[in-house]
Design a protein around this ligand. Structure first.
Ligand SMILES: [Zn+2]
Length: 218
């Protein structure tokens, strides 16, 4: 297959043709040497497996209590959504919303959306709205979100420990496992490769005729 992909370097804007890159190898910018594109070893299989694991742990995190609060001898389980709601009701509205966003909405969107696109790409099936989901995912930065998530959970636990004794439960461990697996899955996939696969599936590959050739490295 002699299909050529066109890509602009994110560092120096040099437009170049991407050569066929074998799995486990990468393409480097001809001008400045920065990483253009990486073809992950094992293709979509590894990210798909990791993301399925993340999805299962995410379901567990929603099914099991996140923490148990011991208030004056009476213990109460708090779920993922319940933790945010409890904070919201205890005059910590902003923190409650932050916890809800970082523990429920953002991971849910990232994990569910990525799994959806990976499933379609792996089985070469066009699923409704795949383009829009991939576009949304392209704008999300999992590392930054993991930071926000960890900080908000820590702050929430410290805040709640003032009101009650906090015992960490299965749900929180499951949530952490989901986030770690999700980040590992995202680390093993390449957005450019996903766009390529999607566009090839939809019959419009990006073909370049006027660009320099990118370098290749192992
Ligand atoms: Zn460059």
């Amino acid at each position: 297959m002699n299909e050529q992909k066109l890509m602009a370097c994110q560092e120096c804007d040099a437009l170049q043709r991407i050569p066929h890159v074998d799995p486990g190898r990468k393409a480097l910018c001809r001008e400045c040497g920065s990483l253009l594109y990486r073809n992950p070893r094992g293709g979509m299989e590894r990210p798909l497996a990791l993301m399925s694991g993340a999805f299962l742990f995410y379901l567990l995190a929603n099914l099991f209590p996140l923490v148990t609060l011991d208030i004056g001898g009476a213990s109460r389980d708090t779920s993922l959504a319940g933790t945010g709601w409890a904070l919201y009701q205890h005059d910590m509205k902003l923190l409650g919303i932050l916890v809800l966003a970082t523990t429920v909405m953002v991971p849910g969107t990232l994990i569910g959306g990525t799994l959806y696109v990976l499933t379609g790409l792996y089985w070469k099936k066009q699923l409704p709205g795949m383009r829009n989901v991939l576009l949304l995912l392209s704008h999300m930065h999992p590392w930054e979100m993991a930071d926000v998530f960890v900080i908000s959970v820590l702050v929430a636990l410290v805040k709640m420990s003032g009101m009650a004794e906090v015992i960490v439960d299965v749900g929180l461990y499951a949530l952490l496992a989901a986030i770690v697996l999700g980040i590992a899955a995202r680390g093993g996939m390449d957005m450019f490769l996903m766009w390529e696969l999607l566009e090839r599936m939809q019959g419009k590959p990006r073909i370049a005729d006027s660009a320099i050739d990118a370098g290749e490295a192992g």
